[in-house]
Write a protein that binds this ligand. Structure first.
Ligand code: GLA
Length: 372
């Protein structure tokens, strides 16, 4: 394993263990997590492998096979760039009172960065899972995910919800992870693409964004404002949508319309999966995209074209996935239509003079685990 070889070479010793955590795509349930709502992600085959040994002192020595240098620090505040995600997890665990000291750590990641596939969550959860075991903290997978989210929110400074970290920590191969972001209850639901002659294609628009982007924070704020105006704890609690919309206007009205209907779409999609009607979920994916485009306003032309061209090429449904403003779309495609969807999307991009998007299949993969 490359991470282990690099660990030996860098630190002159064997790592005490090797862990891996994946990125994710969200099948449906977008911008619902921070509204106490419902989400349905699954883990992708790409992730972060971390070879790790704990240290008795408080020193942190890091190396990434994808970035140069060996960042070394004792004060977590000295961490920069990607090392902040690692430092953030140490910070979150220490803040929670866990006796976590230093660490020697080599990471090897293959989640396309900025593609909206949660590469940072994969890094945090790999580190959190490793520290949990190495220091015998006895945390559940969800508690590791929560620590990883605190790292992003409180240390890195990204106001994300729990979707990405929970998916990375709790997903299972061949299944999608249904999660209620209020109760944090989860259920792994069989999601058998191959058995239904389907493939899930990721279309990476190549448009890069960053969740420190103020547009994400503004959407959260719109939702909080709407909930306050409606006198509910969060938009999850809106039961009479028509009544609520009558009391709102502008952005708050549109955001509410999206969040409430998106929660219904998650439930509907789960109903279809339970019924074994995987081929029927496409309409819900399309509806989710339109709602994100028109009501939540987090799409962009490259995502819209990817979705429209996928459907024209024969996809059963398609939508943007993740935070939006770039990143990736997903398309549910019958095996025999994969080529025509590729051609349709590539052609639509070429027509507009845009660089060809990366298009590749992803199947539901395992969540965080120990490899050695
Ligand atoms: C990003 C965030 C998640 C979630 C999605 C939108 O991926 O990290 O917490 O809010 O956007 O569903």
């Amino acid at each position: 394993m490359r991470a282990v070889e690099a660990f030996r070479e860098t630190f002159g010793a064997e790592p005490q263990g090797v862990w891996r955590a994946p990125g994710r795509v969200n099948l449906i349930g977008e911008h619902t997590d921070y509204n106490d709502g419902l989400v349905l992600p699954f883990a992708v085959p790409w992730g972060v492998t971390a070879a790790v040994s704990p240290r008795e002192d408080g020193v942190v020595r890091l190396r990434s096979l994808q970035a140069g240098g060996t960042p070394t620090f004792e004060s977590l505040e000295d961490a920069e760039g990607w090392a902040r995600y690692v430092a953030g997890v140490l910070w979150a665990l220490r803040e929670a009172g866990h006796p976590v000291r230093g660490v020697d750590l080599v990471v090897d990641g293959d989640v396309p960065r900025g593609a909206g596939l949660a590469s940072s969550a994969a890094l945090e959860v790999a580190v959190g899972t490793a520290l949990n075991e190495l220091y015998g903290l006895g945390l559940s997978k969800m508690e590791v995910a929560l620590a990883a989210r605190r790292a992003e929110n409180g240390f890195v400074g990204v106001p994300c919800g729990i979707l990405d970290q929970a998916a990375s920590a709790l997903a299972e191969e061949g299944k999608a992870l249904f999660m209620d972001c209020r109760s944090l209850g989860t259920r792994n639901i069989p999601f058998d693409l191959a058995g239904h002659g389907l493939r899930l294609l990721i279309v990476d628009t190549g448009v890069r964004h960053d969740l420190t982007d103020e547009r994400y924070a503004r959407r959260r704020q719109d939702c909080e404002n709407a909930a306050k105006r409606l006198g509910v704890a969060s938009l999850r609690d809106v039961t009479d949508l028509a009544g609520a919309l009558g009391r709102l206007s502008g952005d708050e009205r549109r955001r509410t319309q999206h969040v409430v209907t998106e929660n219904h779409r998650v439930e509907a999609l789960i109903g279809l999966l339970r019924a074994g009607a995987v081929r029927e979920i496409g309409a819900l994916l399309n509806a989710s995209h339109l709602s994100l485009r028109d009501q939540f306003e987090v799409s962009c032309p490259e995502l819209d074209v990817a979705v429209e061209a996928s459907v024209r090429g024969g996809a059963r449904g398609a939508r943007m996935t993740g935070g939006g403003f770039g990143g990736s779309a997903i398309a549910l495609v019958p095996d025999e239509r994969v080529q025509s969807v590729r051609e349709s999307v590539t052609g639509a991009y070429a027509e507009r003079g845009w660089a060809a998007p990366e298009i590749y299949p992803a199947s539901p993969s395992a969540g965080a685990r120990r490899l050695a």
